[in-house]
Design a protein around this ligand. Sequence first.
Ligand code: SF4
Length: 356
Amino acid sequence: MEKVKERKFSKPSNFYSLSTQEFGKWWTAKGMGIGPHKRLQRGIVRGSYQAGPPSEHPEISSHVLKSLKEEFTFDLPKIFERRASKDGTIKYLFELEDGKKVESVAIPFHKKYTLCLSSQVGCAMGCTFCFTGTQGLSRHLESHEIVGQYLAVWRDLNRDKAHPMTPNIVFMGQGEPLHNFEGLDKAIRYFMETPGLTLGPRQITVSTVGFLAGLERWSELPSVNLAISLHSPFEEERTKLIPMNKAYSIERIFEILRGLPWGRRKLINFEYLLLGEENDSKEHAKALAKLISEFPSLVNLIPFNPYPDSPYKRPSDEQVAKFKSWLVEERVRTMVRTTKGDEILAACGQLANKFK
Ligand code: SF4
């Protein structure tokens, strides 16, 4: 059984930072029998009561409900702005307790949504194709701020009870998730273990540019999906796109990947941002196929969406199709990601508080 860290409850902490085990511990310390606390946690997480716990509950004494309200806050990040795109994508700008802002995006897929969550305010990786990368890192998000984005968006989507199913998650918003390893780990466990959520590991994807200190600890995380943002099979060119590649080279990333335990059905997703006349040649496709050939993998091609003053351009649809066919010739499983939400700058690498 996982050891629960000792935690002090001297001042109000955010309820959504509390694991089920921690909440159980608090609950039993109040002299309550185990059982109803999971139903209560489920109701609070799912927003069944207005905000936070109910004032009365048939199974729970009023003094425990009172303590709960005194000892915890139930605040979610505040929706500062919400923008919907014609294709159904919805972009949210959240304001955090300290006034900092982060963005999340809800992307519709059939009848279900995938939520693209941020893990940091800004980002230290400095990718030259990314809006967020131009800002630098402001701070890591706390786990409850990551969970809070999810709950706030889901509640918003589910206002008319239209989306009761738990949305999937991709960590592809602002920030390099593995740079905020502790916050990410705690949030993933929350999503997977908390009554009312209990997402499966296949519902969660962590996308990384290959932040080595985090990637080396990959097997400490629950077995969620891994996506490596590769963007070029050539070291020098990749360093131009992702300056951190100088320290975290492709060679080193692949060494670590080789050492990880890959289950039989597990695929590594390789994200490849196609930049017009930069990394979309046949030579790139052949080198990419060779590089990843040792892993069961899926390549996601993402045609770049230019943003104002971006130094790169979008490849033509014809070039995207050619690049895909070159990979398929090499027997690489390849998908082209439809770039939803680009009219509101909600596509990959375009999140940077650009609502104004
Ligand atoms: S693409 Fe991702 S890792 Fe790179 S700067 Fe942008 S947010 Fe950071």
